[in-house]
Design a protein around this ligand. Structure first.
Ligand code: GTP
Length: 555
């Protein structure tokens, strides 16, 4: 057993030795195989690597050759294109430069043309402006002329009516006279009076009557009134006239476009035909007889023409008026308010070359416009004046602020029916003397209406002097407890309209000249301001034009 165990042990040891030898051999063989395969792989890899390297090197060589070729080509192409471009560009640049120059030239020409056209346009514009201004002015003048013409026509119509009535009256009177003479002759013949005593048409006695305005001979009327009742009935207005003629002032400087009136506020209703007759008579006195006193020189504007044409319409010559005027002038008494030596200058020669400021007297009927004007120009007062028909005018020269100033004073009729005529005179007026009667509330209340009329009639704001006339009546003992318009109220109203104010009395002459002087001063100031403004605007437009011309030339 022991042997067996020893033999097994021995066999085990021997198997172990053999196993380890086999293991060793296996390891060696594996290692050898591994080495071999590694070597093989390495060799293979090296071979592949060498192949790849070779391939890469070949490709790189190829690429390098290609690059070189490309570079060469590129260089070649670049050289070629550069040469072509430069010439083409140069050509293009040249063309463009030429075109640019051409365009510049054209632009310059166009600019010059534009400048020329601009200047022509400016010239045309200024021409157009001038022409439109001229045409506007012409239109204005035409309109003024038309209005003046229509107002003149209205006046002429009034005068013609008056003239017609006058002729009718004359005819009536003449026939009445003739009837009277024939009756007288007949009665003389019946009474066996010798023909030598008959009053013939050519006898001095008859001439004496005929040399006087027949209608005015009150004694004549009274002596034959009874006999001539029937014949005088033909000229009814004349009968009334015969009575009223006596109450007429001998000489009145009024235009004579006037009618007799009561001393009431508004005597409009009292307008009678005979008044027109008398007014014609007095117009002749005013336009003819007053020339020495009122400085009616050659008036250049249309108002002057107005009065001339009015005068020319009045062909009827009343006889004996010159003589009457003469007696009246001797009875003039200057009052303190009017001192011709200091305040007023009647200088005809100078007047003609001076601007005459147009002052219009306005206000209700019978407020004393004509009396005011008479006081101012003639230093007279007539207690019983007649209503103005249409308009009357006077010239007066005053020293305003040491300067000789000519005033053209237009006395408008206050009666309602002459309003349109009065209104047409406001248009050219430089100032307005707006009168009311301090004893007549209605005339004061109507001031508003007059101011509206002035504003309607004028295109610009003109100075207005609100005058409360007949202030002397306040001092008189007032038996009838008459209501007066206070100076405070007048002043307040004037302030509302931005007008000047003063209270006057044409009767005693207080404040008459002062009022006119004050207004004249304002009118002068306003006119001078307007003139300087128009000169400035003219100068402004001229310099603007020259500047435009300059700019145009520079541009
Ligand atoms: N007491 C007094 N009476 C005056 C004054 N002014 C005018 N009168 C009288 O008032 C009346 C009317 O005067 P006019 O001068 O004719 O009035 P008018 O405003 O011209 O009237 P129209 O021509 O109808 O617009 C006349 O009887 C004048 O004598 C004055 O200051 N005092």
């Amino acid at each position: 057993m022991e042997n067996l165990a020893i033999a097994v042990k021995r066999a085990q040891d021997k198997a172990a030795i053999q196993l380890s030898e086999l293991e060793e051999e296996m390891d060696q063989r594996i290692q050898a195989v591994e080495n071999e395969s590694r070597k093989d792989e390495k060799r293979k890899a090296e071979e592949a690597l060498t192949d790849l390297r070779r391939q890469y090197e070949t490709e790189v060589g190829d690429l390098q050759v290609t690059i070189k070729r490309l570079k060469k080509l590129e260089e070649q192409s670049r050289q070629i294109s550069q040469k072509q471009d430069v010439t083409a560009l140069k050509k293009q640049i040249h063309d463009l430069t030429m075109e640019n120059q051409k365009l510049k030239k054209e632009l310059l020409e166009a600019q010059t043309n534009v400048a020329f056209l601009q200047s022509e346009l400016d010239a045309l514009k200024s021409d157009y402006a001038d022409q439109s201004l001229n045409s506007e002015r012409d239109l204005e003048i035409i309109r003024e002329y038309t209005e003046d013409r229509s107002s003149l026509e209205r006046q002429i119509e009034i005068l013609q009516t008056a003239n017609r009535k006058l002729h009718d009256s004359n005819d009536g009177l003449r026939s009445a006279l003739e009837n009277t003479y024939s009756k007288l002759n007949r009665s003389l013949r019946i009474n066996n009076i010798s023909p030598g005593n008959t009053i013939s048409r050519s006898s001095p006695k008859f001439n004496h009557h005929s040399s006087q305005p027949l209608a005015y001979d009150r004694s004549f009327h009274s002596s034959y009134a009874d006999e001539d009742c029937d014949s005088l009935a033909l000229c009814d207005p004349l009968q009334k006239m015969n009575y009223e003629v006596d109450s007429l002032p001998e000489s009145c400087f009024d235009s004579g476009l006037s009618t007799l009136r009561d001393n009431e506020c508004d005597s409009e209703v009292d307008y009678k035909h005979q008044g027109e007759f008398q007014s014609l008579h007095r117009t002749e006195e005013s336009l003819g007889g007053d020339a020495s006193d009122t400085d009616v020189p050659d008036i250049r504007d249309e108002e002057a023409f107005d009065s001339e044409s009015v005068a020319s319409v009045l062909h009827w010559q009343p006889q004996g008026s010159a003589g009457e005027g003469g007696t009246l002038s001797s009875s003039r008494k200057p009052i303190s308010a009017l001192s011709p030596q200091t305040d007023m200058v009647d200088n005809t020669s100078k007047v003609t070359s001076q601007k005459a400021y147009k002052i219009v007297l306005a206000g209700d009927a019978a407020v004393g416009k004509s009396s005011f004007l008479m006081r101012l120009c003639k230093n007279e007062f007539q207690g019983n004046t007649s209503a103005t028909l249409g308009v009357d005018f006077q010239m007066k020269t005053l020293i305003v602020d040491g300067e000789q100033t000519v005033l053209q004073l237009w006395d408008t009729a206050g009666q309602e029916r002459f309003r349109s005529i009065a209104k047409s005179y406001f248009r050219k007026a430089d100032g307005v003397l707006l009168l009311y009667d301090v004893t007549c509330e209605k005339s004061f209340l109507n001031v508003r209406e007059w101011v509206d009329m002035v504003e309607d009639g004028t295109h610009r704001t003109i100075p207005i002097m609100l005058v409360g006339n007949k202030a002397d009546l306040r001092d008189v003992d007032n038996a009838e407890k008459q209501k007066f318009i206070s100076a405070y109220l007048g002043e307040k109203l004037a302030m509302t309209y931005g007008a000047l104010f003063c209270e006057t009395s044409a009767k005693d002459g207080s404040n008459v000249v002062e009022a006119v002087l004050h207004l004249a001063r304002e009118v002068k100031k306003r006119t001078e301001d307007d003139d300087s403004r128009s000169i400035t605007s003219l100068a402004g437009s001229t310099s603007k034009k020259s500047l435009q011309m300059k700019n145009c030339c520079n541009g």
